[in-house]
Design a protein around this ligand. Structure first.
Ligand SMILES: *Cc1c(COP(=O)(O)O)cnc(C)c1O
Length: 425
């Protein structure tokens, strides 16, 4: 008998639950770009586990090696012991990812979440430089633990800390001050003035596209300027590629297009490829001042995730086919959304690769669009400081037909929310 009752979620599960409120159904199975619920309804997924499912749900390319590994009693829990699965992963990371890009990085396995990778990156930057302050940007999101929250912008999330979030300084992200503002004028001035009140920072942490912050896209020249500014002042540059890495913007690393080489890079979300928990911190070898076990975690060695990560790197990143396809599909998204935005006043769009945002002047419309999209079989979520942005994160492996289908549902939802009044004839 199917238990279609949902009361246990309301009666037993904490109020902290979130996504299930906007998507009030019980999901059972998923494949590729689709989820299915126990009522037999299908949903096209433009959310992809907040960017954790870049290769789709239960991808067969990754699933078979995982099943074989489990069936063969491969190590499941390995702390940071040496295992064959980890050796395969490290070798593949070096040969498929790092060496071809001219990136020389040491690899750290933190606990298997993005926040844990960020905590490790902040700790390392402070240890290496002996400085305390971390510079982060307006509207940044880096995770929900104390250190990660301290460099996060959102007021509600920060308030959850319940203690002061100290030893950070905020600078304006690209575009924050609007047209006419000069890039980094403020930042360079305060960093070079010993009496500005901003202590010389250990590091700057940045997302190349702010995902949770509302799909704010930094220009390549802005990122290059930031990298130069850091290098010339011996400030470490951390790129948090937890959401925008693993091909989301086209190339594997989101910073490749800008031609910069960050000192420290954090990866999580889609790094395992299969939605299994895993995270990595990559950093320049000369920064490797960790002593053994100085940052650790019980679940650093999620070996089944290493198996799918290795397979994903070998299958999708041995050439640039996926990056090229992502660019092509990204252009399709940009074109469609551009036309859509052109039809309505108070609606604009922005994005890069396969992350795009539809921005509503009237923030309440974004939530309504997501709700109507859900009713019509499309999962898509809001982001931004007032949830004013509908954020599109379809799996990179989505077909052009599926993409088209989802974009049409979205366009219909925007039409029903914004049609009539705001429509540009
Ligand atoms: C999701 C995210 C994190 C936090 O990852 P968790 O696994 O939720 O801890 C950190 N940084 C960025 C940019 C993210 O998108």
């Amino acid at each position: 008998m199917i238990n279609s009752n949902t009361t246990v979620f309301e009666s037993l599960e904490s109020n902290v639950r979130g996504y299930c409120r906007g998507w009030p159904t019980v999901f059972t199975t998923a494949k590729g770009s689709w989820l299915h619920d126990e009522e037999g309804k299908d949903y096209l997924d433009f959310f992809a586990g907040a960017g954790s499912l870049n290769y789709g749900h239960n991808n067969d390319v990754l699933k078979q090696p995982l099943l074989d590994y489990i069936a063969g009693d491969g190590i499941t829990h390995g702390l940071d012991m040496s295992t064959a699965a980890k050796r395969d992963l490290l070798t593949t990371l070096r040969d498929t990812l790092l060496t071809p890009r001219g990136l020389e990085y040491k690899v750290q396995f933190p606990g298997p979440t993005g926040a844990n990778a960020v905590e490790a990156a902040l700790k390392l930057a402070r240890k290496v430089t002996g400085r305390q302050t971390i510079v982060s940007f307006t509207n940044a999101f880096h995770g929900m633990t104390l250190g990660a929250l301290s460099v996060t912008g959102n007021a509600t999330k920060r308030a959850g800390a319940g203690v002061p979030l100290a030893h950070t300084a905020r600078m304006p992200y690209d575009g924050y001050l609007g047209a006419g503002a000069t890039d980094f004028q403020w930042m360079e001035k305060v960093l070079d003035d010993s009496s500005s009140g901003v202590d010389r920072p250990a590091a700057v942490i940045v997302e190349t596209v702010q995902g949770e912050g509302g799909v704010n896209v930094a220009r390549a020249e802005w990122l290059r300027h930031l990298a130069d500014l850091c290098a010339s002042r011996e400030i470490l540059l951390i790129v948090d590629d937890v959401q925008m890495g693993c091909g989301r913007t086209g190339p594997f690393f989101s910073f490749e297009a800008a031609g910069i080489k960050p000192d420290i890079v954090t990866l999580s979300k889609s790094i395992s490829g299969y939605g299994l928990p895993m995270a990595l911190v990559l950093f320049k070898p000369e920064l490797d001042e960790w002593s053994p076990g100085e940052h650790n975690g019980t679940f650093r060695g999620n070996n089944p995730a290493f198996v799918t990560a290795t397979t994903a790197l070998r299958h999708y990143w041995s050439d640039d086919a996926l990056a090229v396809a992502t660019q092509k599909k990204g252009d399709q998204i940009a074109r469609t959304l551009g036309e859509l935005a052109g039809h309505f006043s108070g609606v604009t769009t922005r994005g890069r690769g396969m992350v795009h945002g539809v921005v509503f002047d009237d923030a309440s419309q974004a939530g309504k669009v997501c709700q109507i999209a859900f009713e019509r079989g499309l999962l898509v979520e809001t982001s931004g400081s007032t949830d004013e942005v509908v954020k599109l994160l379809p799996p990179l492996t989505i077909t052009e037909q599926e993409l088209d289908q989802g974009l049409r549902i979205l366009a219909d939802a925007v039409e029903s929310v914004c049609g009539g009044m705001g429509a540009n004839a």
